[in-house]
Write a protein that binds this ligand. Sequence first.
Ligand SMILES: C[S@@+](CC[C@H](N)C(=O)[O-])C[C@H]1O[C@@H](n2cnc3c(N)ncnc32)[C@H](O)[C@@H]1O
Length: 244
Amino acid sequence: MLQRTTGERIALRASRAILTTCVLASVLCRFGAAAAQVAEPAMVHDFHDAKHWATVFESPERAKWQKPDEVVSALELKPGQTVADIGAGTGYFTRRFAAAMGPDGEAIGLDIEPAMVEYMKQDAARRHLKNYIARLSKPDAAGLAPHSVDLIFFCDVYHHVPGRIAYLKQLTAALRPGGRIVIIDFHRSAPVGPPAAMRIPRQQAIAEFGQAGYRMVGSKDFLPYQYFLEFVPAGAPVESGSHS
Ligand SMILES: C[S@@+](CC[C@H](N)C(=O)[O-])C[C@H]1O[C@@H](n2cnc3c(N)ncnc32)[C@H](O)[C@@H]1O
């Protein structure tokens, strides 16, 4: 067995303490840098198991409170329009948008999870919906071309997006004249959804859209567990009879 003198033991303990301190300092520095970059903390969640998540997102139980057909009808989409469904998951809404807008319109399902994008591609092919497109996006950028969409839609995604205000600011350029953003997300009090602490309260969402340069033009309250808010760029002309 290795025998150490008292001096060697003290030196060994000191070097271990320094190593631990360096590792901790490095972790804290990285955490600090990440926290500085991401002003609005987001919930990181693993959605790579698309088949599992399909059983959750597509469940008949969800449809009872998610009311997908009522949501699509409340959006008042017009034939020929283009919708970007950010964080589209299994395409729960994307396929409905594609069907609602007809062959001249386009529904683009964007997701950061390759397995979800693949799931949507197969879903679109199975349903023979040529105007249902699935595309990979980045966590901090949707990658939409300038003036390419009439509606940007977020359902149960906003709380996952890091640096939300910067993200929203980027989206303005992608909107066509008259374009809008609709967000649906969970109330803190809802009995379903992500952990309550990760939910973004309605007032916070409104404040963040305001900081990103948007004006709220409508809200709907037919969903029992979620808010439904509609925004346009702050400089957009005020429309008479705008959505309520
Ligand atoms: C709770 S699911 C909602 C799916 C779909 N919107 C629905 O209502 O059924 C959240 C989805 O957002 C995706 N996601 C998370 N962060 C994202 C980001 N920054 N940009 C785009 N998609 C994101 C996830 O991969 C996941 O598929």
